[in-house]
Design a binder for this molecule. Structure first.
Ligand SMILES: C[S@@+](CC[C@H](N)C(=O)[O-])C[C@H]1O[C@@H](n2cnc3c(N)ncnc32)[C@H](O)[C@@H]1O
Length: 432
């Protein structure tokens, strides 16, 4: 048997084994794997996956991608990759609910991405939720959205072929994926993340090639020479937030970015509730969520581990938002003292001293090495012997393994493809 044949067998074995793990994880909890056209949020969608489940989802994704790339006619595959929205879920370590499964990997799939955004902008998933059982005929949907019905029908059919929405005779209904894009009613913000990627993200990446070649930017790691700065004429000395804060007519961008980042951050959260022995920390263990945003990462830990207390530290305005968010959704956490908030500029000062855990989720991925050293130097000053530093971020090295012949191949059991996409995204929007 040739090398490729052996590799195909290996990939198939990985897929078979991973799917079997996924089926048994559902079965153990008394469930079947949900149907695509289901519009119920499955109880397991809301949970952090177990490590086995997370690894298996990632394996199916990565191994399927390699399988497709190997067996499909390369011309067809390239067209598909470049022009269409792929329906293969991106499952690195995520609950299926975090709807980046079919979504985050769409960044470069221009037609599909734009088509999906057109549907989100028109609030189609929200309208379809109004008649979740039977869906809506295209003329009714047209009246609600203001999109001409034949164009709308073509848009919806296309998205149906990509497994967003279901269709029968020009009647469209939500499915397991599209219902998660209901921006009107769902707290999850992934739809905003998609829109941000589609609008600002896509505009920025369209300048990527230019920045790599233009002598004014090719050797530079300054944020003001990145593709995002070029696309939006961000003046030197200003940062990404300039686009939101000072540029006229950018309120929508601010909303998209703010909510979108939350949706994307949450989606990479993965199985962190089981990846660390949180309950072994003992009673009243204190965790500082450094750069914790609104404290999203703490929410699941708060609900699951009564032994933990949390201090959310971030820039002053963000910490105020965090306090407001917890005050509205988990007031008892504040009243009982299990959650508190304190402003911090992690470049200029240390987080609170002597706590048990210093947790950093998605804090390092958008800074260069020097800035990361500065952040952790400040954390180190606060740490005591019993303190632990936890970094929850993308690790790229594990995605490859050495063959016996000494070459490097993708390890479908460990590749975090979103990490590699994020690496490029950071270069495009920040030049880090
Ligand atoms: C990608 S977000 C991650 C948020 C959160 N850890 C999560 O996973 O949901 C990065 C966070 O770093 C915070 N941040 C940026 N610069 C900071 C600084 N100088 N001091 C403290 N926090 C900062 C941002 O406000 C933002 O909340």
């Amino acid at each position: 048997m040739g090398l490729v044949e052996t590799r195909l067998d290996t990939l198939l074995a990985h897929i078979t084994s991973a799917v079997s793990t996924i089926k048994s994880e559902y079965a153990q909890k008394g469930f079947l794997v949900p149907l695509l056209n289901s519009t119920d949020i499955h109880p397991m969608d809301l949970e952090d996956p177990s490590l086995a489940m997370a690894d298996s989802m990632k394996t199916v994704d990565t191994a399927c991608q390699e399988l497709l790339a190997t067996v499909i006619n390369p011309y067809r595959h390239m067209v598909d990759k470049c022009l269409t929205l792929r329906s293969i879920p991106m499952t690195y370590c995520l609950p299926i609910f975090h709807p980046d499964n079919p979504v985050v990997h769409l960044l470069m799939k221009v037609i599909g991405h734009r088509a999906l955004c057109a549907a989100i902008d028109a609030k189609i998933p929200s309208y379809l939720q109004e008649n979740v059982e039977n869906g809506l005929d295209v003329k009714t949907l047209s009246a609600k959205t203001g999109i001409e019905h034949r164009k709308l029908s073509r848009l919806m059919r296309y998205l149906t072929t990509k497994h967003f929405f279901c269709e029968g005779n020009d009647v469209f209904a939500n499915n397991r994926y599209s219902m998660l894009l209901d921006v009107e009613n769902l707290p999850n913000h992934i739809a905003w993340g998609i829109s941000w990627c589609n609008e600002e993200g896509l505009a920025a990446i369209s300048k990527f090639s230019e920045t790599l070649h233009d002598p004014a930017s090719s050797l530079s790691y300054s944020p003001w020479t990145c593709a995002m700065a070029r696309a939006f004429d961000i003046p030197e000395g200003e940062d990404l937030y300039w686009m939101f804060a000072k540029s006229p007519g950018r309120e929508l961008v601010l909303k998209r970015f703010g909510k979108g980042i939350m949706g994307l951050s949450e989606s990479v959260g993965g199985s962190y509730t089981s990846a660390y022995p949180w309950d072994s920390l003992g009673p009243d263990a204190i965790m500082v969520d450094v750069g914790g945003g609104i404290g999203q990462a703490c929410i699941k830990l708060y609900c699951r581990f009564p032994n933990l207390r949390f201090i959310i530290q971030d820039l002053p305005g963000i910490v105020d938002k965090a306090r407001g968010h917890w005050g509205s959704n988990y007031p008892e956490a504040i009243d009982s003292g299990r959650v508190s908030f304190k402003a911090l500029d992690f470049f200029k000062e240390s987080p609170l001293e002597a706590t048990h855990i210093y947790y950093h989720r998605l804090i390092t991925h958008n800074w260069g090495d020097d800035e990361c050293v500065q952040i952790f130097t400040n954390v180190r000053k606060a740490m005591r012997k019993h303190s632990k530093l936890l970094i929850h971020d993308f690790v790229l090295d594990e995605g490859f393994m050495q063959t016996h012949e000494g070459s490097s191949i993708i390890n479908p059991l460990a590749l975090n493809k979103f990490g590699f996409a994020d690496d490029i995204l950071m270069m495009v929007i920040l030049n880090t």
